[in-house]
Design a protein around this ligand. Structure first.
Ligand code: BG6
Ligand code: MG
Length: 219
């Protein structure tokens, strides 16, 4: 049996709702390219890296492009997305997130970010939650995207916790898989239907308390 020493949080969909901005920016790109991109299509991009997201988008539109053109489109999408997240503030922090981050800190748990996003620092700073983190691992610091465990393994090392002493909070299947491959416990944020591989699933961090982590440590 191990005790929990660190909580590792995904960003998009766990601490803030940025999926709507990703959707608007990808939709603008799809509109320009001349095909429809629905909110249901957007579900497939959650937790997926920027370039892998573009590949999925292009496959929906039945479009094949060379690497240089793909880079250009990814940069265009990101410029629109960046404009939107630049206007974010604390009101966009998801319900219960701030309270749970604070409860973790009050209980002496280390707090780390494990996000695929290269825009994580902008979002953390604009919403004012940067000071809650002992370690921040984002898309600028990793070489492999989730479901590769790298982002969480780096976070655990930076806060000095062994994998079995860590709990990951994730809203995407690829993130749950990454936590599992890292040998960590995992709480799903969202629906049990898609996140069944987590130790347990809550609908938001508003349903989380540090005491609920005690049960996980023995699983
Ligand atoms: C993840 C999001 O957190 O970050 C994905 O769930 C996104 O939708 C990925 O594609 C990369 O984000 P960014 O900000 O680097 O384009
Ligand atoms: Mg996410």
């Amino acid at each position: 049996m191990s005790t929990i020493k660190a909580c590792l949080f995904d960003l998009d969909g766990v601490l803030v709702d940025t999926a709507k901005y990703h959707y608007l920016a990808w939709k603008q790109l799809a509109d320009e390219l001349g095909f429809d991109f629905t909110e249901q299509d957007n579900e497939r991009l959650k937790g997926v890296s920027r370039m892998a997201s573009l590949d999925i988008l292009l496959s929906i539109g039945g479009i094949e492009l060379d690497e240089a053109k793909k880079q250009e489109l990814a940069e265009r999408k990101n410029a629109w997305y960046f404009e939107m997240i630049s206007k974010m503030d604390a009101s966009e922090i998801l319900p219960g997130a701030l309270e749970f981050l604070q409860e973790c800190r009050d209980n002496g748990l280390k707090v780390a970010l494990g996000s695929a996003s290269k825009n994580a620092m902008t979002i953390l700073n604009n919403t004012g939650i940067t000071p809650y983190f002992d370690a921040i691992i984002d898309g600028t610091r990793t070489t492999a995207a989730k479901p590769d465990p790298e982002v969480f393994t780096l976070g655990a090392a930076e806060v000095g916790a062994a994998p079995e002493e860590c709990v990951v909070f994730e809203d995407a299947e690829a993130g749950i898989e990454a936590a599992r491959r890292a040998g960590m416990h995992c709480v799903g944020i969202g629906s049990a239907e898609t996140l069944g591989k987590a130790d347990f699933v809550v609908s938001s961090l508003g349903d989380m308390t540090v005491s609920r982590l005690t049960g996980i440590a023995v699983s």
